[in-house]
Structure formats: structure tokens, C-alpha cells
Design a protein around this ligand. Structure first.
Ligand code: ADP
Length: 719
């Protein structure tokens, strides 16, 4: 009998076996309909084998679906990722099928010239429309807008037969990128890096690179050249470029379009489902060469993936923590290995893990030394707030205020960076000391003035700012403590009423479109002072920005997180790197109460190597990543007693293991969210210990009750 193992896209722990009826042709990667309980469900075939003598009564595969077969290596990757993260493989498979869940978009109507027929009655408006159209095919409304004409003019031309209406299905939209469309002339460092990467993609086989260079050194230009050469060598090659934030995709898509003469496919949660289906089908059919996307684009079914670029590889946003828990960068390396392809990790401030791999020689280290052209790195200065404290209830010290004033006078732009949304992080009662917290959650309510509400950033709970203290009832006793971006903007408006100011945070720019609009306004010089959270600190290129003020450089250094220092160094390097991108020299001023902190000293001296060396030494002494490995088990549930019982059961059933320790159970860093109690056990192991095997053995010893959720985080990013 022929048996097929089928992954069901549901949170089930393993593939199910089905009998393959005679005459049905089934192969690995096929999408099939199989019975599950009373209904038929879609599944992916992972294995087909012949068995003898099994008397188990297997259900039968119903049919092979008319959807494309997944490439075998895509299935390998899904299975590997599930094993590595200890996730249900069916759920990983569901991620790979995400693009299929939507209807196809309807064909779009466009107009184009009908032969070279001319209007019988030429007018200026008609001539304008024909000129705007050229030999393209455009939607009638877009054409009218482009020509500044009314839709009636376009309609008239259609009625006369000068324009014809055609239907375009979206599949046709991926034109082949042209590697020679607009090549750049690379500097010697860039050329050497591009050579190395392109040589690896055309030779084939797994290769990994760290592309290391300060912001503006031309990393993007260098890897785009590697993309071009990869395409020249193999016009069917597929290339995936991953970015940590959706907000960064537009810039890159514009650059790729300019470089290759056609837009790449885009894949992230902001893309409408019908469009995703188009991309999914184009990718699996090999009809689409370049994909720009967020981490989930790793799960697309590429038949010929030659190159993966992870830009801003150090960024914590590559870690997905809801639902499936995985690190996009780590999975990108794995996918390249499985595909026999090349992976390029690019950053100005690489993660310690990646630097370690480069130091060990596992990744080839490509360095771009200088900023491209005449641009120089900003001059970074620490402002010791103990010397020049800001006035009470203000946040900008005198030297920073003066620098902003000078920058305004020169007609240049300022970015004030504070990684805190809202107006004030805490609201406190002056009468009784009560701090307003979110219901059933270990989190303070953050005051937002734009919306006039107090908001919990964890659960989304919000309420109007009360008149009375909810604890002691005192009237008008609540005060806002500390600054968020909105409060800094308020101060800026008072100090510089003539300046054009704006706030950039996930509250003021809730979606990709508004982020794009604000970034464009900033680029066009429509804003003098931008007060921003990390949303604007990453990747953007503002040519007239010459001053970056970091309002609270100590912010990320507090708290005991493993990566606190690393993350602060990366974030502040990114933020200060916004200054002086073009030919204008920039400067960065960092306000701090602890100017003796090693991270800040290293930042001011632009001494990345010094910082890395010191931080590596600390990690090595504690045998923490990258010198050791970590994994976390998070238990959560509304029934605190059940959570506690499971935590104890786990603690009492730890398998024997060497060079491995378990810490906890303890309250998780966020011990209570929406009434769910959260406990954590943490595993530390030496690098060569198979931590996944340990976790599997451990989890097999306990039974998780339905009331408790257990999630496994292998290589946690923050904790
Ligand atoms: P990074 O990715 O390292 O931040 P980019 O590739 O974005 O750097 O380059 C920074 C700026 O310099 C961009 O405006 C880019 O167009 C320009 N640039 C980089 N390399 C070249 C080159 N070889 N020729 C012309 N312009 C370049």
C-alpha cells in the first residue's frame, strides 16, 4: 500500500498518514484534500512511501488539489524550521500557504494607444493625455490624473477609438528585471564585496556573508550589484531581500525599480490578500525574480532561490514573538543552507551573534570602510545633564536648545530622538503616590495628549484621564511624570514657535502610507524639527538633517536585559547616523546622566570595536550568547494555580543534561497580562549542547493542561 504523510495547516504536532488510492499520482510538496473528522481539509504531502503489512485502517487521500506543488526544498525548510523552533510543523506549513487563502484579484482595465490612430478633433487637453500616456497602459483614472485632464477627455478618446481598453491580469505584472538598466559605478570596497557575493551565487552551494559598513557606506548599492550579477548569470534566479520594518520597504522598492527598470514583488502584512495570492503564484511558478519583504517572505515557495539579503540584520524586529516564535535572520541563514544559496547579512551595527560567526570564519566578512562620496560620520558629543540640567518639567538642556536654534538658523533639520510613545510614561497621584496601571496587567498607563487618553501599550486598554485619583479619590491630584515624544514636541513648540515640528511614532503614523507621507515631507524639507521614536531612526536618508539630539541616552541601558547594552548601542548608532548623510557634516548630541557608562563612551568615540570587545568579554564570562545558548519556556493562563502547578511539574522533571542549567520558575518579565499569569523557565546551555533535544525530552515528561498555554522560545531575543 502507498502511504502519504500529510501536514495539515493547523496547530497539530505532526504529519498524519493517509492511504493513497490506486491511480492517484501523489508526490512530496503536492497540495491534497484529506479527510479530517467530518470534513475535507487542505494538506501538504511531505513523504510518499510504500508499506507492507500495516493493518492500521488509514483514511484515504481524497484528491490532489489543482494548486501548485511546493518545491521540495520549501518543504524541507518548513520541516526544519518547525524542528528548530519546536513549533507544530502544520502551523509552519500554514505560513507557507498564506498567500493562497485569498481570491485572485479581478483583472484590471487599462487604456493604451490603439495603433497610431490620431484624434479627429485635436485639442490641447487631448494632446496632453496622449503625451502623458506615451506607450504605456494605464488605468483611465490614473491617466487623467497624470495628464491633469478630466476623465471625460480620456473617455472621448476611447469612444473615438484613439485609445483602446485592455484587461490586465496581475500575473503579467512582474516584468523581468534588467541587470543593466542603470548600473552604479562602485567604489573599490563595494566592488570587492559585490564580486565576492556574486561569485558565491554563481558558484552555487551555501555561502554566508556579513556585509559590514557604517550607515551610508553603500551596502545597499553593493548588494544590489550582487543581485544584478546573480541575474545576469541566471535570469531565472530568485532573490529575497528582507527588511525589519514595513516602513522601510518603499525606499528600497524605489531604488530597485530605478536600478532594474521594474518593481520587485512586495510581501508583508500590509499587502492586501488578493495581491499576496498573485505574488505567491508568481513566486512558485518562477515568474518573479526579486521579492522585498518582511520575515514571513521567507516562507514563500521559491523554486530557485539563489540569494537572500537580510538588511539591518541586527534588528530585533526580525524576531517574531506572537504565534510562531522564530528569528527571521536565523531562519534566513537556514533557508539559504537548505537551498544551497547565498545569504548576506547587512548592518552598520551587526548583532554579536553575527559578529561572532564572522570572527569564527563561518561567515565571510565584507567591510565597507568609509561613507560613500564626501559624506562623513557625525560628530558625537555627550551632554552631561549633571552639569547642565534642564529646567524642571522640561527635557531639553541649554546646549541642546542652542544647537537646535543654530540648526534652524542655517535652514537645516533636526531630529530629536526619544524611544517613548505618547506624552508621559507614568501618571501619578500627588496625594497618595498611586501610579495608574492597566487592569489585570503589570503595565503603567501611558498618557497620550493627541487622543486625550491613558493607554496600556501591552493590551491596548485605554480610558479617559480621570479627574479624581482612582485610589484615594483626591481631586486634580494626578500629574504626568516624565517625557514621551508628544511632550518633547510641546516643549519644542514653546521654544521655537516659528519652526515646523512634527512627531513620528506609531501613534501619529499608524500605517505605512502615513509613514511614507511624513518621511517624504521630511525629505522635502517641510519639517524643521522631527521628534521621533525608533520608527524614524532606522534606515531613512534625510539629506538636510544635520543635528540629532538624543533626549534620554540612558533609557535603554536600564533594566537587566541580556541585550540592553547591545540594543542601545545599535539604536543610538542608527539614530545618530541619520545626521550628515549628504555633503553636509552632521552632529549628534546625547543627553545623559551617566556619561561614564561604557556604552556611551564607545558611542561618543565611534568605537564600535571597543564596545564589541568589552561586551563579548562579558558574555563569554557568563557563557551567554553568542558563547552559550538560551531557551525560554513561557507558561501563561488565567488560572494562576494551574500555571504554578505546571511550572512546578516542569521543575521537578528536568532531564539529566550536562553543560546545561535551568533557572526558575520565576515570574516572566511581564508577569500579568490581561489577567493571565505568566511564569518562565530559562535554559542556558553550552553552544554544542543540542538544546532542542533537551527541550523535547523535557516537554514529553509533563502534560500541559488545556487551561495553560506553553510557548517555547529558542534563542530568545529579549527577556
Ligand atoms: P547603506 O546601505 O550602507 O546605508 P547606501 O547604499 O544606501 O548605503 O548608500 C548611501 C548613499 O550613497 C545612497 O544615496 C546611495 O545612492 C549613494 N551611493 C552609494 N554607493 C554609491 C556609488 N557607488 N555610486 C553612487 N552613489 C552611491
Amino acid at each position: 500500500m502507498i502511504v502519504a504523510s500529510v501536514l495539515i495547516p493547523l496547530p497539530v504536532p505532526e504529519a498524519f498518514d493517509y492511504e493513497v488510492p490506486e491511480g492517484l499520482d501523489v508526490a512530496r510538496g503536492d497540495q491534497v484534500a484529506v479527510p479530517l473528522g467530518p470534513r475535507l481539509i487542505r494538506g501538504i504531502v511531505t513523504e510518499v512511501r510504500e508499506t507492507t503489512g500495516s493493518n492500521r485502517k488509514l483514511k484515504r487521500v481524497d484528491s490532489v488539489l489543482d494548486d501548485p506543488r511546493l518545491p521540495s526544498r520549501t518543504v524541507d525548510f518548513v520541516e526544519w524550521a518547525a524542528r528548530w523552533t519546536l513549533s507544530p510543523p502544520g502551523e509552519m506549513a500554514a505560513t507557507a500557504l498564506k498567500g493562497l487563502r485569498a481570491p485572485r484579484p479581478r483583472p484590471e482595465r487599462r487604456v493604451r494607444r490603439f495603433g497610431d490612430r490620431l484624434p479627429a478633433r485635436p485639442t490641447a487637453a487631448r494632446a496632453g493625455v496622449l503625451e502623458a500616456l506615451g506607450d504605456r497602459a494605464l488605468a483611465a483614472a490614473d491617466l487623467a490624473r497624470a495628464a491633469g485632464a478630466s476623465s471625460g477627455v480620456v473617455k472621448g478618446l476611447i469612444d473615438e477609438g484613439v485609445l483602446e481598453v485592455i484587461e490586465i491580469t496581475a500575473e503579467a505584472a512582474f516584468a523581468a528585471p534588467d541587470p543593466d538598466h542603470a548600473p552604479a559605478t562602485l567604489n573599490p570596497d563595494q566592488a570587492a564585496a559585490a564580486d565576492a557575493m556574486a561569485e558565491a551565487t554563481s558558484r552555487g552551494g551555501f555561502a554566508a556573508f556579513l556585509l559590514d559598513g557604517v550607515t551610508g557606506s553603500g551596502k545597499t548599492e553593493a548588494y544590489l550589484e550582487a543581485v544584478a550579477r546573480t541575474l545576469r548569470a541566471d535570469p531565472a534566479a530568485q532573490i529575497l531581500i528582507l527588511l525589519p520594518e514595513i516602513a522601510l520597504t518603499q525606499d528600497l522598492i524605489a531604488r530597485i525599480t530605478a536600478r532594474f527598470g521594474t518593481a520587485p514583488a512586495e510581501w508583508h502584512s500590509g499587502i492586501a490578500p488578493p495581491r499576496r495570492r498573485v505574488v505567491w503564484e508568481a513566486v512558485v511558478a518562477g515568474r518573479c525574480n526579486i521579492v522585498v519583504g518582511a520575515r514571513s517572505a521567507l516562507f514563500l515557495p521559491y523554486p530557485n532561490l539563489k540569494l537572500i539579503v537580510v538588511d539591518e540584520e541586527h534588528d530585533g524586529s526580525f524576531k517574531q514573538e506572537d504565534g510562531l516564535v522564530y528569528h527571521g535572520r536565523d531562519l534566513a541563514v537556514a533557508r539559504a543552507r537548505i537551498e544551497g544559496g547565498t545569504v548576506v547579512l547587512a548592518s552598520a551595527t551587526p548583532s554579536l551573534e553575527t559578529l561572532w560567526n564572522a570572527q569564527q570564519g563561518r561567515y565571510r566578512w565584507l567591510k565597507l570602510a568609509a561613507r560613500h562620496g564626501a559624506a562623513v560620520l557625525p560628530d558625537i558629543q555627550l551632554l552631561d545633564l549633571r552639569q547642565t540640567p534642564p529646567d524642571p518639567q522640561t527635557w531639553l538642556s541649554q546646549p541642546l536648545r542652542e544647537a537646535i536654534g543654530e540648526t534652524l538658523l542655517k535652514g537645516e533639520q533636526t531630529l530629536l530622538f526619544l524611544n517613548r510613545r505618547g506624552y508621559a510614561p507614568v501618571v501619578l497621584c500627588r496625594a497618595c503616590g498611586h501610579r495608574l496601571t492597566s487592569p489585570d496587567t503589570d503595565s503603567w498607563l501611558v498618557e497620550h495628549r493627541y487622543t486625550g487618553r491613558l493607554v496600556c501599550h501591552l493590551t491596548g486598554f485605554s480610558m479617559a484621564r480621570p479627574k479624581h485619583c482612582p485610589s484615594c479619590g483626591a481631586e486634580d491630584s494626578l500629574v504626568s511624570v516624565g517625557p514621551g515624544v508628544e511632550r518633547v514636541e510641546e516643549e519644542v513648540r514653546q521654544l521655537f514657535p516659528q519652526a515646523r515640528t512634527a512627531v513620528f511614532s506609531s501613534d501619529t503614523v499608524p500605517d505605512a502610507r502615513s509613514a511614507r507621507a511624513l518621511i517624504q515631507t521630511m525629505k522635502d524639507g517641510g519639517i524643521d524639527i522631527l521628534v521621533a521614536t525608533q520608527a524614524a531612526a532606522k534606515g531613512h536618508n534625510f539629506p538636510n538633517l544635520t543635528l540629532v539630539g538624543v533626549v534620554d541616552a540612558d533609557l535603554g541601558l536600564r533594566g537587566g536585559d541580556l541585550r540592553a547594552a547591545e540594543r542601545t548601542f545599535q539604536l543610538l548608532t542608527q539614530a545618530t547616523g541619520r545626521a550628515g548623510r549628504a555633503e553636509r557634516p552632521g552632529r549628534a548630541l546625547l543627553q545623559t546622566w551617566t556619561p561614564e557608562h561604557p556604552v556611551l563612551i564607545a558611542l561618543a568615540a565611534a568605537d564600535r570595536d571597543g564596545f564589541v570587545e568589552a561586551e563579548m568579554a562579558e558574555r563569554e564570562a557568563a557563557a551567554l550568547p553568542p558563547y552559550g545558548r538560551l531557551a525560554a519556556l513561557i507558561l501563561s493562563g488565567e488560572d494562576a494555580a494551574a500555571v504554578e502547578r505546571l511550572a512546578q511539574a516542569l521543575a521537578q522533571n528536568i532531564p539529566n543534561a550536562e553543560r546545561l542549567e535551568v533557572y526558575g520558575p520565576a515570574d516572566a518579565p511581564l508577569g500579568l497580562i490581561r489577567g493571565r499569569r505568566r511564569k518562565r523557565l530559562l535554559v542556558r546551555a553550552d553552544r554544542d549542547v543540542d538544546i532542542q533535544a533537551f527541550l523535547r525530552a523535557w516537554l514529553s515528561r509533563v502534560k500541559v493542561p488545556g487551561s495553560v498555554r506553553l510557548s517555547v522560545d529558542v534563542d530568545p531575543y529579549s527577556f
